[in-house]
Design a binder for this molecule. Structure first.
Ligand code: FAD
Ligand code: MLT
Ligand code: ZN
Length: 572
């Protein structure tokens, strides 16, 4: 690139770069600036500054649509070894796995209902069909159970009494948070009792010196974000489903999300928790200490175990301080290798201020533009094969800005970035995030989706997307997006409708490929029902054996979220 052009770009960058949190709403402010070539003045508007994290468009409110005829599951009765069993066949998303209802489990009767009403009060024992339909159906409308009962405890004591009773009667249960899970873990497979945690939503305390927040498991993530924002803190995790998902669900899935690259795993941020075991015993592990090496750290068993070992009722979590300077760039790269090298450079040059590094390919962008209203490509009319979002968060406005600008300039000069814009206010930052966070929603609108959430070495990640495209041909739309900064690929295959022949082309190929490259078949969504039988692709037989032993120790009757996480043959 000619040096005079570089210099000019640099000057324009300096002029245009504004701090997202401290930007004043100047009238006629040129808020969209493209630093490829000299295309600026795209739009001029005066806007009111809205709190970045409390914008309604960032909330993904979950609404349920009726199940499509061709999706879901079918229940059939069949005679096996002389017994009549209900066989639950799943044809979508995970291969044609057949799950058989465990005959050990009882079915609910009138005495049970009376007992639950005694424990919870009538209002919190729900048998209403409409509410049950929603609670029986997952976010993707792919997995559907047939539970006849939803319980809404309001205290740990009530959870304890419910579980104690269910255990004594051998009634299977499904803990449910915001029901935004993507692996069929949050809904019943058959008639399990749904224990919804939404009524346990108190914020208990915030220590403003240590930043430790203690709250109940049913708090919606976004409510915690807003609460902390007012107190000068942030949550160490952020995800597109924040308007509905609950912190208990986040902890139980060990959710990753958009800030993982900066704040790391919930295994590090959760300082303590309270959980109720299958037999009703309450485990108080609600420590608030950063360092505590007193014996085995049992809380980790409950982080990411998807409700299969206990019900999480309270959590203490380390909230980082809210920093004043946030910047967001939406960039285009000509190929995947450039994205990869950009990540390497971003880690080196942005270091401690890097707070998100997300990517989506051109096909993901097309999907979002075609299916979500009001979304536009900030780099249009040009189209690109890869897009990257880089967010920085720091405490020094001018040096953070300088750092980011210098980095972007160098990356442009080096050919790693082919186009890009810097958000100039909150609304613009939100509109950039909307593109990335909107991919799952766009996929749902496009029709059927086969969803895979993989950890892979960054340099290999996109090879799988390309291999899948070759394998499936034009019949399917294969897209790749995700948390590049964490080596987490979301490989999604979009089709007008579910198709067993296509599925047979995808699985087990996708798992074998991942395993061959020493990746993980679940980076952040968990195993749920979808991948309970696939665990061996990422875990050794010895490890799975130990997991099954732990499950048996903590839940000998197997009542907690059966058929999920571990192969049913091992867990029951
Ligand atoms: P649910 O879906 O209700 O439950 C999930 C699992 O946890 C189930 O197995 C359930 O039994 C168990 N569970 C729930 N609450 C409890 C409890 N209190 N005690 C014990 N077990 C419990 N995930 C990511 O990791 N990163 C992302 O970036 C991300 N983005 C998403 C974007 C969208 C649009 C959607 C729809 C989902 C996304 N997810 C993401 C997946 C999902 O939101 C997360 O897994 C989330 O943590 C689930 O929380 P939830 O409250 O909805 O839990
Ligand atoms: C995301 O990163 O957008 C989520 O994990 C959801 C998904 O994978 O579709
Ligand atoms: Zn994700």
């Amino acid at each position: 690139m000619p040096t005079d052009k570089c210099r000019a770009i640099y000057c324009l960058l300096r002029l245009s770069s504004r701090n997202l949190f401290n930007h004043r709403s100047d009238s006629n402010f040129q808020y969209l600036y493209q630093f490829r070539g000299f295309r600026n003045h795209i739009d001029t508007t005066s806007r009111l500054l809205e709190p970045f994290l409390a914008h309604p468009k960032r909330n993904l409110r979950i609404c349920f649509h009726p199940l499509r005829e061709d999706m879901g599951s079918s229940l059939v009765s069949a005679k096996i070894s002389g017994h009549t069993n209900r066989i639950h066949c799943r044809f979508f998303g995970s291969g044609s796995t057949v799950t058989k209802r465990n005959p050990v489990f009882s079915t609910i009767n009138a005495d049970d209902i009376a007992q639950f009403k005694e424990i919870l009060g009538e209002k919190y024992v729900i048998q209403d069909e409409e509410r049950l339909l929603a609670a029986n159906t997952d976010w993707m409308r792919k997995y559907k159970g047939s539970s006849k009962l939803l319980l809404q405890p309001r205290s740990t004591e009530e959870v304890s009494q419910i579980l104690k009773y269910c255990n004594s009667r051998c009634l299977a249960v499904v803990p449910q948070g915001g029901n935004t899970g993507l692996v069929g873990g949050s809904v019943p497979v058959f008639d399990e009792v749904i224990i919804n945690m939404g009524s346990m939503n108190d914020i208990i305390s915030l220590d403003k010196v240590s930043g430790v927040l203690v709250c109940e498991a049913g708090c919606i993530l976004e409510n915690l974000v807003s609460f902390l924002d007012n107190q000068g803190f942030i949550m160490p995790l952020d995800l597109g489903a924040k308007g509905s998902c609950q912190i208990g669900g986040n902890v139980s899935t060990n959710a990753g999300g958009l800030r993982f690259v900066r704040y790391g795993s919930l295994h590090g941020n959760v300082l303590g928790l309270e959980a109720v075991l299958a037999n009703g015993i309450v485990l108080d592990m609600l420590g608030t200490l950063r360092k505590d090496n007193t014996g085995y750290d049992l809380k980790h068993l409950f982080i990411g175990s998807e409700g299969s070992l206990g019900i999480v009722t309270k959590i203490s979590i380390l909230a980082p301080p809210k920093l004043s300077s946030v910047n967001l760039a939406f960039l285009a790269c000509k190929d995947y290798v450039s994205c990869q090298n950009l990540l390497l450079e971003a880690k080196r040059k942005l270091g401690e201020i890097l707070s998100a590094f997300e990517f989506l390919d051109g096909n993901s962008m097309d999907l979002v533009l075609n299916h979500l209203e009001g979304v536009r490509n900030p780099l249009s009319p040009s189209t690109h094969d890869f897009y990257v979002l880089i967010e920085t968060t720091g405490s020094d406005e001018s040096s953070d800005k300088e750092k980011l600008e210098a980095f972007l300039l160098r990356s442009m000069e080096g050919g790693l970035i082919s186009d890009g814009v810097l958000a100039q206010d909150m609304n613009q930052a939100l509109s950039f995030w909307r593109i990335r966070e909107g991919v799952p929603e766009a996929l749902m609108k496009a029709g059927a989706v086969y969803k895979y959430d993989l950890s892979l070495p960054v340099e290999k990640m996109y090879d799988l997307v390309e291999a899948m495209r070759i394998r499936l041909g034009p019949a399917a739309e294969v897209i790749g997006y995700g948390h590049l900064g964490d080596g987490n690929l979301h490989l999604n295959i979009s089709l007008p409708e579910y198709n067993d022949n296509v599925l047979a082309q995808i699985e087990p190929f996708v798992y074998e490929w991942t395993s061959k490259h020493r990746g993980s078949i679940s980076a952040e969504h968990g195993l749920g029902l979808m991948k309970a039988n696939k665990i061996h692709y990422s875990r050794s037989p010895e490890s799975v054996h130990v997991m099954a032993s732990i499950k048996k120790l903590l839940d000998p009757n197997g009542i907690l979220n059966p058929y999920k996480v571990l192969p049913p043959s091992l867990a029951s």
